[in-house]
Each structure stands twice: as C-alpha cells, then as structure tokens.
Design a protein around this ligand. Structure first.
Ligand code: BT5
Length: 227
C-alpha cells in the first residue's frame, strides 16, 4: 500500500471529506490530514476535541473480499498499530480507545460502505493528542509529524499481515496490550476478544456474553472518558 497524504490547514472534519473522496472512487492509502479541525466527529454523534499541535487524519482502505463482520478486526488492528507507535505506556480499551495514564490519548472512528454485506471501502479516522489534551484526556508530548509517520508505518505493516495471514496474530497482540483477564468492566468480567474483534465478558451468572458495539469502562477506576 502507498500512503498519499494531503494536508489541509483547516477542515471541519477530515472524516467527512475523506468519506466524500472515498465515494468518488479515490484509491486505498489516500490520507486527509487537518492541522486544525473545527468539528471533529466521535462515535455515536459525539465530538472529538482537536487542539493545536495534535494529529487528526482520515484515510481510505479498500480490503479485497472483506465481509462486514470483519470490520471489527480492522478496528482492533488500528488499535494495535497505535499502541505500537506510542510504546509500552499505551493500554488498549475495547473497542478502540488508546489510554495513557488511564486517560484517552487517541480515538478511532471507522465508517464503511457496503454492498450486499461486502465492503466497498472503509474510512478510518484517527485523532491523537500528540501535543496537548483536554482535561478528560492525556497527551503524548511527541512531535506530530514524526508520530504520524511511525503510526502509518505500523498500520501498513499490520494491514499487510492481516491480508496475508488473517487476524490471529493481531488478536494476540491486542490482548497483550489490554486489561488483564478478569478485570471488572461495567459490562461484566473481561474474558477475551473473539475472531471478529467482538468483546467477550463473563456476566454475574458466570455466562459468557458477546458484545459487538457500545462503550466499556473499568469499574474500579471509574473510567468514563470516551463515553
Ligand atoms: C472517538 O469517539 O474516540 C473517535 C475520535 C475520532 C477523531 C478523529 S480526528 C480525525 C477524524 N476526523 C473526525 O472528524 N474524527 C476523526 P468516541 O469513542 O465516541 O469518543 C468521543 C469522546 O472522547 C468524547 O465524547 C469525549 O468524552 C472524549 N474526547 C473528545 N476529545 C478528546 C480528546 N482530544 N482526548 C481525549 N478524549 C476526548
């Protein structure tokens, strides 16, 4: 894959522009970055705060023969790539938050276009507090452009791994970087993630439950950022 990064001084949302460009037929690897983002989008209609010096970008992926149920694998893949770019202090929180010091330092938003359950394109939006963070989040204090390069390199490598060898190794890498098994979450005790990137928890009746969407936080740390 070849990254083709276009940088804009200011945009309302890199995600909106990138989706438009994806539906116009732009190829995989096309990246829209904004140095300032005025109306950053989170999941479920929430907002993403983008401060000066931080990273905000969206890019197009067009994985071949990809079923809708595999989108969760890509979300997990992006989390692992971000954690690798950040280093050991990064902790992954399902579905796609990246925490440093128990606070969110990066968020991921994925939009998709499907025909008959098969993927036409994905637009992956990533916001990273490279320089500063609102009180709800944490900052990495790293050079934005250097971090951006490292992150895209990690994403490319894991995307190739996923295409060549499937999800198995990426799933393992994610599990090494998340909360320990048995951690008390608001939705039950953390067990694992399945082959599609869904969360598996153990409920009060000791039954395994699969969760494919929603928000999760650690009960004992009263972690609510990202909700
Ligand atoms: C996300 O949503 O975390 C996805 C964020 C994706 C942002 C990128 S920036 C580039 C691209 N273009 C866009 O327009 N969006 C993408 P969610 O899981 O819903 O979390 C949103 C919540 O995170 C908010 O409701 C706040 O509680 C919290 N939050 C907002 N800004 C934050 C920040 N800078 N640092 C930490 N937490 C933040």
């Amino acid at each position: 894959m070849h990254w083709d990064v276009q940088v804009f001084p200011e945009l309302n949302s890199t995600q909106d522009l990138c989706k438009q460009i994806a539906s116009d037929g732009k190829p995989e690897g096309f990246v829209i970055q904004a140095l300032q983002q005025m109306c950053g989008l989170g999941r479920l209609g929430r907002t993403w705060i983008m401060q000066e010096g931080n990273l905000a970008l969206s890019f197009i992926l067009r994985p071949k023969s990809c079923h809708a149920s595999q989108i969760g694998q890509i979300s997990i893949l992006i989390g692992v790539a971000l954690a690798k770019a950040i280093g050991e202090k990064a902790v992954l929180k399902w579905p796609n938050d990246i925490l440093v010091n128990n606070k969110k330092c990066a968020g991921v938003l994925i939009d998709s276009d499907l025909s008959a359950e098969m993927l036409n394109w994905l637009v992956v939006g990533i916001g990273v507090n490279t320089s500063q963070a609102p009180p709800i989040g944490s900052a990495l204090n790293v050079d934005r452009d250097e971090f951006c390069g490292q992150m895209l390199t990690q994403i490319e490598a894991l995307y190739e791994l996923w295409q060549d060898e499937g999800f198995g190794d990426i799933r393992k890498q994610w599990l090494q970087r998340t909360f320990p098994k048995g951690s008390a979450l608001n939705v039950g005790e953390f067990e694992t993630i399945d082959d599609f990137g869904n969360l598996i928890v153990r409920d009060g009746q000791n039954q395994l439950k699969t969760i494919s969407a929603g928000d999760v936080f650690l009960k004992d740390q009263n972690y609510v950022a990202g909700n």
